[in-house]
Each structure stands twice: as structure tokens, then as C-alpha cells.
Design a binder for this molecule. Structure first.
Ligand code: TYD
Length: 395
């Protein structure tokens, strides 16, 4: 790689490392610096955090915590199960990073092999009857899986491939376990979405890379795969669902369309990211200004969704309990803990936003539709959401 740095997001903790007061003194921090690889056009961190520090038996993020994502994976599963108008009950699936089973629960356990490095979730899907390897995805692991279960028709991964530092090993492993006409389907937040939304909070320890179609195709191709189709999704502020097959497969027009669009955005050009970094610094100033203004006016401000994204924001902008009173989150194992780095308390929503709250920063801005619906009373009584996406503003 020939990486050139364009952004420094400062000292950051483990983004999903929610902790108790007694653990504060042992909290792990690293320097979050982001670069551009001139060779592959990949946007990637300058140094990666060691995966076991993030993905272990205490992993907090649950894919099934929003109705939006449960519906998203249900629809995709149904779409994949129908072939030529008929349901195909025999497709052999493997999921990399199966989390709490939000995708595989739509499939029969007899056809699924799951791989999940976080033991808490591997135990959970195993208990539901799904064969689950509590391992990181590597070429070594695929040799074992190949012997025990054979090659797969579909290898799936959602919000997982961008978590893995070594993409060459990852894609070689996929190519070796895919049947000749098999398809590798994976989705992750898109670089185009991040640039358009100025959502620099997509960058945190677990996202060593933010993918463009251009960069992905470059890396897939040197590992025996190629992109055959791209679907642009609205989830997570703009994601791409990539369909990749063995080299020499048919390619549809969406691949070139996406690459042309990305070239227009300048995603293959370092200077684009230098300009992006300038906008990020501006966004930080604007967010601090708006929160300080609220505080000076005596307004009560909280945050909604203890997200990994807000770990980046709060630590980069140095926003702590003086500006955000507390965070609400529906995830039981985040509640009663402190947010990583800035140590803001996390509490359960208890049926909605407290009546005396004036403003709510959207840590989970990507679920704004679901949240606005749920918090209609807050909106109706004149409560204001605050977001930094795509610019800092009240909603
Ligand atoms: P997500 O945006 O996927 O987080 P990340 O940045 O970590 O990838 O997660 C949304 C978080 O917000 C998750 O912890 C659940 C929480 N949440 C609520 O508390 N209430 C809600 O209504 C929704 C939709 C999410």
C-alpha cells in the first residue's frame, strides 16, 4: 500500500467499548488517522486496531435492535430465496459476522454456516440451532469449513467486511469457499454516502476502511473475484450492496454506473479527501458552537442512540456530560454504562424522551425516520433534534 494521510480524528477509544465507572482507568485509546491508498484508491486507516480488542465476548452492537434493519434483512433473504419465480429451499449459505442472527434467522439452520468472532453472539445463534464458528474469518478457517460443509452458493456479510483489516486474505478466503457460480454478497456504508453526508463518524476503530466500488473492485480482482452488480441502499446513511463472482462472470451496467458516479465525486483522487477533512474540521466547530449555545440558554440536551458513530463525534469534538446530559439507547448491554472516552451515562429510553428535554442530538441519525415516528410527542411539543449530517443544524 502507498497510503497518504488526509485526516486526524485524534485520540479515540474502542467505539463499542461501553464501560462502568470502575473501568475508566484502564480504558484503551489509539490515534485515529485516515489515509488514501494511491495504489487501490482505498480509504483506510493509517494503523489498524487489533481486532480481538474490539470483537470479543463483550461485543455490544446488536444488529436486530431496529425495525429498519430487521425488515431490511428479511426482505433480502426472501429476494435471494426466490429463483425464477420459485422458492429454492436448498441454497447453501455462509454468513461472515452473523452477530445476533438478524440475517440468518430468515433461513433454515440446515443450510447455514455462520462465522462470528464475538462469543456472546456465537453462543446465541448456536443455541438457536445454527452451526456457528466462533472465529475470525481467515483463509485458514475456510479450509476447515470446506472439509466439514463443502463450498457455498452464497457467502453473505453485512457491515462486516469493512471491519477486517486484511482484505486480500478475506477475499482469497471467499473465493476458495465459493462454488464456481456462487455469489459473494456484502454490504457496507459507502464512501460516496460518507462524502455526500459529511458523515465522518462512519470512521472508527471497527471501520478500518470505507469502501468505494472502484477500490473494492481493484482489490477483489487481484484475489480472483470481480463485482458483477451494485445496489445502492439507504441504510446506514448510504450503503452499497456488492454482488461479486469469480473472474470472467457476467457484469451488469450498475458496476460502471457506480464507478462513473464515484469518479465524478472524485473518490479516486486524494485531493477530494483533503477537501473533506477541511469540512470535517468545520463541522466540529459548528457542533460545539450549537451545543454551547443550548447550554448557555439553559436548554436540556441529550443524545439518542449510543452509537459507534457518536463515539467518534464526542471524542473528536470533546463533547462530554457538560454538553450532553445523558444518552438513551434500547440495547440492554449498553444501558447503565458510560459512553467510551467521554463517559456520558447511557440509560434506557423508558417509553420516550422526558418532557423537560429541549434538544436531542441524533447519535443514530441514520434511523431518523424510525426515531421521528417513535418520538412524535417530542416533535409535536416543539422539541428539536440536532444533527451534523450533512451540516450541523436543528431539525
Ligand atoms: P447504529 O446506527 O447501527 O450504530 P453504529 O454507529 O454503532 O453502527 O445503531 C443504532 C443504535 O441506536 C443502537 O445502539 C440502537 C439504538 N437505537 C435506539 O436506542 N432507539 C431507536 O429507536 C433506534 C432506531 C436505535
Amino acid at each position: 500500500m502507498n497510503k497518504k494521510q488526509f485526516l486526524d480524528l485524534g485520540k479515540q477509544p474502542i467505539a463499542n467499548g461501553f464501560l462502568h465507572k470502575e473501568e475508566i482507568n484502564n480504558e484503551f485509546f489509539f490515534n485515529l488517522k485516515v489515509g488514501f491508498d494511491e495504489e487501490t484508491k482505498l480509504v483506510t486507516q493509517m494503523e489498524y486496531v487489533d481486532p480481538p480488542l474490539m470483537f470479543n465476548e463483550n461485543y455490544a452492537y446488536r444488529g436486530s435492535m431496529s425495525e429498519t434493519m430487521r425488515t431490511h434483512f428479511r426482505k433480502l433473504s426472501h429476494q435471494l430465496q426466490i429463483e425464477n419465480g420459485h422458492r429454492n429451499p436448498n441454497l447453501e449459505i455462509l454468513e461472515i459476522g452473523s452477530n445476533d442472527g438478524v440475517f440468518i434467522k430468515n433461513w433454515s439452520p440446515k443450510n447455514v454456516v455462520a462465522v462470528e468472532p464475538c462469543k456472546n453472539f456465537a453462543d446465541e445463534t448456536r443455541a438457536l440451532g445454527y452451526t456457528t464458528y466462533n472465529k475470525f474469518w481467515t483463509t485458514i478457517l475456510t479450509e476447515t469449513i470446506k472439509k466439514q460443509h463443502g463450498k457455498r452458493d452464497i457467502i453473505f456479510a453485512a457491515n462486516c467486511i469493512c471491519h477486517i483489516p486484511d482484505l486480500d486474505d478475506t477475499f482469497t478466503a471467499v473465493a476458495s469457499l465459493l462454488k464456481e457460480d456462487g455469489v459473494f454478497i456484502f454490504e457496507d456504508p459507502s464512501l460516496a454516502g460518507m462524502i455526500n453526508n459529511n458523515s465522518y463518524d462512519q470512521i472508527y476503530d471497527e471501520h478500518p476502511h470505507i469502501f468505494s466500488v472502484i477500490a473494492l473492485d481493484n482489490i477483489l480482482q487481484r484475489n480472483g473475484l470481480q463485482i458483477c452488480r451494485v445496489e445502492n441502499l439507504l441504510v446506514h446513511g448510504g450503503s452499497n450492496r456488492i454482488f461479486a463472482k469469480k473472474l470472467g462472470s457476467e457484469i451488469d451496467e450498475t458496476v460502471e454506473q457506480n464507478k462513473v458516479y464515484e469518479r465524478i465525486l472524485g473518490l479516486d483522487n486524494f485531493e477530494t479527501f483533503v477537501r473533506f477533512a477541511k469540512k470535517v474540521r468545520q463541522s466540529r466547530e459548528d457542533l460545539i458552537r450549537i451545543l454551547v449555545r443550548c447550554k448557555n440558554e439553559g436548554k436540556r440536551v441529550i443524545s439518542y442512540g449510543a452509537t459507534s458513530k457518536s463515539t467518534t463525534i464526542f471524542n473528536y469534538c470533546e463533547i462530554g456530560p457538560d454538553l450532553i446530559e445523558y444518552i438513551t439507547d434500547t440495547t440492554p448491554n449498553k444501558q447503565g454504562k458510560l459512553s467510551p472516552g467521554m463517559h456520558i451515562s447511557i440509560i434506557p429510553p423508558n417509553g420516550g424522551i422526558d418532557d423537560s428535554i429541549d434538544c436531542v442530538y441524533l447519535g443514530a441519525w441514520n434511523f431518523i425516520e424510525e426515531i421521528s415516528k417513535k418520538e412524535k410527542d417530542f416533535v409535536d411539543r416543539g422539541g428539536k433534534f440536532i444533527t451534523h449530517v450533512p451540516i450541523v443544524k436543528f431539525i
